[in-house]
Design a protein around this ligand. Structure first.
Ligand SMILES: NC(=O)c1ccc[n+]([C@@H]2O[C@H](COP(=O)([O-])OP(=O)(O)OC[C@H]3O[C@@H](n4cnc5c(N)ncnc54)[C@H](O)[C@@H]3O)[C@@H](O)[C@H]2O)c1
Ligand SMILES: CC(C)[C@H](C(=O)O)[C@@H](O)C(=O)O
Ligand SMILES: [Mg+2]
Length: 354
């Protein structure tokens, strides 16, 4: 069986980390005799420059045909002055929406051997293992938006259905982990948050009575994340809060360059991308940490390609390589491709043990 993967490098360091990921995936395919059929497409600023739009129709078609989409990052200063609906980021949002990938899984794990990379005290950061389930296709990102004279508006709207499906996915994940779900909202102010809270309480008490539900307001949650990260298991939250909280939580690990994501829907292709952006400040210098991308590939092996043993081996190879090779964001000197090669070098051993 051949796996169909669409590669979307995008902009800035997106292409660099995707090249590194491809290097590791090719090595894995060779070691395991996997057949992978790659297509490559343009998205974001690169697509605007070449085709005049951030998500060309043929790229969306290729995404729909694929088993999985691997995306680098989009955006950059070159396109900042375009109108809101023509920016590179619109291509990414349109892709998420068209694929129906409503649940964005973002694991934040402080590996035992990497606690000293965290700027947070070791006794607080160690043992952190949080799975964020961020709602990805609703809320403020997709509501009506516009300008009226001197004013501007973005509408935040959520339906019961949109909340229910993502909360269910988060609760199922919690059941497979440590059995705790934290809902982060702003129900003291926002009507949408009050609906999130009511729907979540109803689903958990009716269908997941074995799950412990904790509810936090988002402002306080930003503190609890940094002061007691080990207390969290699965965190479910709306689109915008999930965007902000996962960048914050990445700090616990030492670098946003380490954090992967998987975006899943009811069916069809999964979308896999590191949580970071195009990092214009380091683009073109070989300094980007590719681990967020390579961990995203491990999530793809699990969720879209049905290869859990290979996923486990890849994670083990990443752990072993991190002990020897340190990228610039974590205080070392290894380049993006040095890190990719170090991980690829560990693969055979990790596969033999997996
Ligand atoms: N998924 C995406 O495509 C995505 C995500 C976030 C931001 N963006 C876009 O990226 C552009 C830049 O945004 P930003 O600067 O706010 O966020 P960013 O995530 O690109 O960078 C923030 C900081 O983290 C560093 N960083 C990010 N990834 C890194 C990596 N892999 N290794 C080492 N260091 C890394 C950068 O050098 C920078 O200092 C914007 O146009 C934004 O819209 C895209
Ligand atoms: C680029 C932007 C649209 C995107 C988001 O806000 O979802 C990014 O910040 C992310 O976290 O994937
Ligand atoms: Mg973000």
């Amino acid at each position: 069986m051949s796996h169909r993967i669409l590669l979307l490098p995008g902009d800035g360091i997106g292409a660099e980390v995707l090249e590194a990921g491809r290097h590791v995936l090719d090595q894995l395919a060779l070691a395991r005799g996997l057949s992978i059929n790659y297509e490559t497409g343009l998205i974001g600023g690169a697509a605007i420059d070449d085709m005049g739009e951030p998500l060309p129709a043929d790229v969306l078609e290729a995404a729909r045909r694929a088993d999985a989409v691997l995306l680098g990052a989009v955006g950059g200063p070159k396109w900042h002055d375009l109108p809101g609906n023509k920016r590179p980021e619109v291509g990414l949002l349109a892709l998420r929406s068209a694929l129906g990938v409503y649940a964005n899984l973002r694991p934040i794990i402080v590996r035992p051997g990497a606690v000293d990379r965290s700027p947070v005290k070791a006794e607080i950061a160690s043992g952190t293992d949080i799975l964020f389930v961020r709602e990805l296709t609703g809320g403020l990102y997709f509501g009506d938006k516009g300008t009226e004279g001197d004013s501007a508006y973005d509408i935040c709207r959520y339906s019961r259905h949109e909340i229910e499906r993502v909360v269910r996915m988060a609760a199922i994940a919690a059941r497979q982990r440590r059995g705790k779900l934290s809902l982060v909202d702003k129900a003291n102010v926002m009507e949408t948050s009050r609906l999130w809270r009511a729907v979540t309480q109803e689903i958990i008490s009716r269908d997941f009575p074995d799950i412990e539900l904790e509810i936090l307001l988002v402002d306080a949650a930003t503190m609890h994340l940094i002061t007691r990260p080990r207390d969290f298991d699965v965190i479910v939250t709306e689109n915008l809060f999930g965007d902000i909280l996962t960048d914050e939580a990445s700090v616990l690990t030492g670098s946003i360059g380490l954090i992967p994501s998987a975006s899943l829907g009811a069916s069809g292709a999964g979308l896999y991308e590191p949580v970071h952006g195009s990092a214009p400040d380091i683009a073109g210098q070989g300094k980007a940490n590719p681990i967020g991308m390579i961990e995203s590939i491990a999530m793809m092996l699990d969720h879209s390609l049905g290869l859990p043993t290979e996923a486990k081996a890849l994670r083990a190879a990443i752990g072993a390589a991190m002990a020897q090779c340190v990228t610039v964001d974590l205080g070392g000197t290894a380049s993006t491709m040095d890190m990719a090669r170090a991980i690829a070098d560990q693969l055979d051993r990790a596969l033999a043990l997996a």
